[in-house]
Design a protein around this ligand. Sequence first.
Ligand SMILES: C[S@@+](CC[C@H](N)C(=O)[O-])C[C@H]1O[C@@H](n2cnc3c(N)ncnc32)[C@H](O)[C@@H]1O
Length: 277
Amino acid sequence: MARERSDSSELYRAPRLYDIAFGFRDIEAECRGLLRLAARHGVPRVRSVLELACGPAHHLRTFAARGIRCHGIDLSADMLAYARRLCRRDRVAVTFQRADMRHFSTRRRCDLAICLFDSYAHCVTDEDAVAALRCAGRTLRPGGLMVVEFTHPAEYFRRGSARTVERWTQRDARLAVRATFRLTRPDPIDETILASLTLRPMIAGRNGAAPRPLKMRWRQRMWLRGSFANVVAASGCFEIVGWYGDLDRLVPLDMRAQAWRMLAVLRKLPRGAGKGR
Ligand SMILES: C[S@@+](CC[C@H](N)C(=O)[O-])C[C@H]1O[C@@H](n2cnc3c(N)ncnc32)[C@H](O)[C@@H]1O
């Protein structure tokens, strides 16, 4: 099978466009949901959060505004520069590190690690996935939790009503962005799928011409429950303690429409407990 050119980095070089297009999440509510999930699984008071593939770091800014110590990891210098700008704008302190989620280390220790919005799908192979879990595991305190957000698996099989739309328009005070996002060409052997995203800024460019849309596509992993459970076991540092259908402890992971994404909650195992798995 001919391989597609795969490059998502273009997207992350245009952080503002990306951010407007994906600005539909209720970040405050998601942060409340994360803290409630943490409390439900034994961490009632979260004092520090690490985000893998943090992008614009909206969740970290929200947590930092509540007095929680926050550290973000991302591969993209442009995304991190954008995230830092937003922190300065909001006068909140978040520390950032430019690093690959599969190969980072930090001396910081945290109670909660998060990897949201299917960013973990950038870990395409099992080796990538295990490496990222081990890096996150090393930063967590004993009993600490990790929350990973995935695309709901039904999206890959088009079973039941579609949970997400493929075309939408989002705007901020100055700019509207028309977005198209598609998942196509699943590869059942690699368990990957081709993501294609087009972002079209709705402003006149030079000479009144419409600006060129930004087009990107990349292969990402189709994480299903079983394959994720396998890499968690192989990591030797976590156990899965919960599955949810939203960032909400009251929404179970099932085929009902309210479960529109897939969340796994992992607990760090005591040192040595995962050996021999
Ligand atoms: C879809 S964005 C999501 C950002 C953020 N998690 C959120 O919820 O808004 C994915 C982010 O993953 C980052 N990324 C992709 N591959 C990465 C890797 N191997 N290590 C660290 N960051 C990565 C990109 O630079 C981008 O900022």
